[in-house]
Design a protein around this ligand. Structure first.
Ligand code: NOJ
Length: 746
């Protein structure tokens, strides 16, 4: 077919697409039949919006680009879509990708924080707001949710993750997908979501970003792949590969992950995008000798779209000509991308009107405030000090009290510090003349090592009834490539805290940070501590609501807080070992006599100097009220694989104010054909109770909750005995037990 004929067919098809709604398969089949190789490879290419505008316009016009990321000027995006639709031969619209991670312009708390809310509805609504704002500006695809299970707080990207637990991560991921995509991602205000990073990126050795991951098959599937499998089943539009190697093969060339698991066993129909240059980074990994081999490996493994590097465009023509890569493989990749464009409604979208960005609606800011409130975790309380009621003078100290940029957190490209409401500003607005505020930050930013401002801060503390110390990490200290070996409060913050404590004034410590910090030394110096993470645009009003007792904190830790860095990794769902640690068996280093005989008898799996318990367990969080768990009831003591076991507790708010409690259900499979974790979260409910109110909280348990990858790697449960706990954290709760037997063909 000569060029003129191709052009004519293309124009004809483009006209038909615009005029008549076609079924996805008909449309994609028709396009695939007339697309040139160059146009097909164009669909596989994602380019950075930072390239020159003229260059991008030409590439779009020539059908040589399928997606653009990091361009958010809505006029430019409109212009690009118009060129794609009206001037390219086939009129194929563009995917416009962006890291809309915890909000677009209205910034919600970082994902680790929203996970601490354990409020799935709120998380879904937050993602919906992010999608609405982003789509109003022309973005139609977010690179979220990040569902990497993260058990190492040194890793900067723990901030972006829902934490250490596969069940909580799965539930959070599903909620975010519902928020971004809705039931139908072509509806106004919805965008396509992307499950990342596939896979096991959170297990980077030593918590150093991009680092090697080696992991056994069972833990890989049960912990790290599980959220991805659930999101694939739930209809997420896309997946992104990860930067790490997984068991010696980089993820972007990992046939086991992409071809066998994702597109094979899980039958994922959507598209897979690489991470930023992660295809050509396989050369640096020492896995591919050159971009040509990288293109071959990635395409064969199952990466459909290449982010920013150009190995597909540069080398697939020759790989196809040689027969090393088949046209079916390329067509399959193109099909997946076109289908996502179709599902987004882009083929029938009306690009005749410019996008009209619409941000910061008041009801959405209110939602961001609520999300922040529910994400705060109260780590220590003295109810005589907090909430603030009678105090007439308050010292506001610390580098995070009035840091509009830093409260936003990592991965904020489109949020603006000028929109931020800081704690200081919110306190001033709310308290007006009734309370005297002495503001003296003490140090300028979290990493400031200078003591120059200490004297003024101490003076402010001395003339106040209470000190609010807003400490933490700046946004840039967590997130991608920002791992830390020391998890202390950076700069001179620890010394400032000690100096404040020496004044004898009551101190409320508020920590704004992207990860669990090591709080062991700080907590004894303060009367109360709110762990606020990076709360986003509405940090100030949310914190003031909690400080003044207009809201009651209800967050629970989505990740274990270790006592020291040396305990890492530390997570609640660990294995027993043959010598499980216990208080009785812990030998403290100071109790060992000098020149003691070598002995291990009676010793267990602990650190001589740090014991075996964390500072705070997963699921922990205090409130201004107290909850009492009583009367664990089980519908049976013995069940079969056909039954549902109903378990309930009576929960009572025994304190003076209304509050919310996250009721958590953990299960332990006592003995198995393979060893099982000491306990695993299987369900939770967040409930609200007025003062003195009581309610029954009930959970169903089925064989699915008891299933795992057995010794033969089949997924299912085994006959045996189980323990369960229902409580307010992973290390408390009422205990019950039951047995499971198998009925039928097992
Ligand atoms: C690299 C990050 O790993 C990924 O999460 C992000 O979506 C892309 N860059 C695009 O910004």
């Amino acid at each position: 077919m000569n060029n003129r004929m191709l052009k004519a067919i293309g124009l004809c098809l483009a006209f038909m697409i615009h005029q008549f709604p076609l079924k996805a398969q008909t449309l994609v089949d028709s396009l695939l039949q007339v697309m040139t190789l160059e146009e097909k490879l164009g669909q596989l290419q994602q380019l950075d919006g930072g390239n020159s505008r003229e260059e991008l316009e030409d590439l779009i016009r020539n059908g040589q680009v399928g997606s653009i990321l990091n361009e958010v000027n809505s006029e430019t995006l409109w212009h690009y879509q118009q060129i794609a639709r009206n001037e390219s031969r086939l009129g194929i619209p563009l995917l416009i990708g962006r890291d809309v991670i915890h909000g677009y312009r209205t910034i919600f708390p970082i994902p680790l924080a929203t996970s601490a809310s354990w409020n799935l509805e709120l998380v879904e609504e937050g993602s919906q707001v992010a999608a609405r704002e982003a789509s109003s500006a022309g973005v139609n695809w977010t690179f979220a949710p990040m569902i990497d299970v993260a058990r190492d707080p040194r890793w900067g990207r723990i901030a972006e993750s829902p934490g250490e637990d596969p069940y909580l991560t799965t539930e959070m991921g599903l909620a975010m997908v519902r928020g971004f995509q809705g039931d139908d991602m072509s509806q106004p205000g919805r965008i396509a979501a992307c499950a990342k990073h596939f896979a096991a990126y959170g297990l980077a050795e030593g918590g150093r970003d991009y680092n090697t991951v080696s992991i056994g098959d069972r833990v890989l599937r049960e912990v790290y792949l599980r959220p991805f499998h659930a999101l694939a089943d739930a209809g997420i539009g896309s997946f992104m590969t990860s930067f790490n190697e997984l068991n010696d093969i980089p993820a972007s060339g990992n046939t086991f992950l992409l071809r066998d698991q994702l597109k094979g066993d899980w039958q994922f129909p959507g598209m897979v995008v690489s991470d930023w240059e992660s295809i050509t980074e396989m050369i640096k990994h020492g896995y591919c000798q050159n971009p040509r081999e990288a293109a071959f490996r990635a395409m064969t493994a199952g990466v459909d779209m290449e982010m920013t590097s150009t190995s597909y465009q540069d080398h697939l023509p020759e790989l196809l000509a040689e027969g090393a890569v088949s046209m079916e493989l390329v067509d399959d990749a193109v099909r997946r991308i076109l289908e996502m464009k179709y599902k987004l409604g882009l083929f029938s979208a009306d690009f005749s009107q410019p996008f009209s960005p619409d941000f910061l609606r008041s009801e959405e800011l209110e939602l961001a405030r609520q999300a922040a409130v529910e994400s705060f975790v109260l780590l220590k309380r003295d109810l005589a000090i907090l909430p603030l009621t009678t105090q007439k003078t308050i010292a506001v100290i610390g580098p995070m009290a009035d840091a509009p940029h830093e409260q936003l957190g990592t991965w904020v490209f489109d949020g603006k510090k000028t929109d931020s409401q800081t704690p200081l500003a919110a306190l001033q607005t709310r308290l007006g003349e009734s309370v005297k505020i002495h503001f003296a930050p003490g140090i300028s930013v979290s990493r400031d090592k200078s003591h120059d401002g200490f004297a003024t801060a101490i003076k402010a503390a001395k003339k106040s009834d209470v000190v609010l110390f807003f400490a933490g990490e700046e946004s840039i200290i967590s997130g991608e490539a920002h791992s830390r070996a020391h998890l202390d409060l950076p700069g001179a913050q620890p010394e400032l805290l000690t100096a404040l404590a020496e004044t004898g004034k009551p101190i409320i410590l508020v920590v704004l940070a992207g990860r669990p910090l090591i709080m062991t030394e700080y907590l004894p110096q303060v009367d109360a501590c709110i762990y606020a993470w990076h709360p986003g645009t509405m940090a100030g009003p949310a914190l003031v609501d909690v400080l003044l007792g207009q809201e009651n904190p209800s967050g629970k830790l989505p990740v274990t807080f270790p006592r020291s860095e040396g305990q890492i990794p530390m997570y609640y769902a660990h294995k027993h070992t043959g010598r499980p640690a216990s208080a009785e068996s812990w030998v403290h280093i100071d109790s060992i006599p000098v020149e003691a005989w070598q002995t291990s008898l009676g010793n267990t799996s602990h650190y001589l100097d740090e014991g075996f318990t964390p500072l705070f367990p997963f699921g922990f969080g205090l409130s201004y009220t107290d909850f009492e768990y009583q009367n664990l009831q089980m519908s049976a003591k013995e069940i079969t694989n056909q039954d549902t076991l109903w378990v309930s507790v009576d929960l009572k708010n025994v304190g003076p104010v209304a509050g919310k409690e996250v009721v958590q259900l953990y299960i332990q499979d006592e003995f198995g054909s393979v060893t099982r974790p000491v306990k695993e979260l299987k369900a939770f409910q967040k409930v609200t109770l007025d003062a003195s109110e009581e309610m029954k909280v009930t959970f169903p348990i089925t064989v699915k909750d008891l299933s795992f990858f057995r010794s033969d790697m089949t997924f299912g449960a085994e006959t045996g005995t189980f323990n369960l706990w229902i409580g307010g954290s992973s290390d408390s709760g009422l205990k019950g037990s039951f047995s499971l037997s198998m009925e039928g063909d097992i």
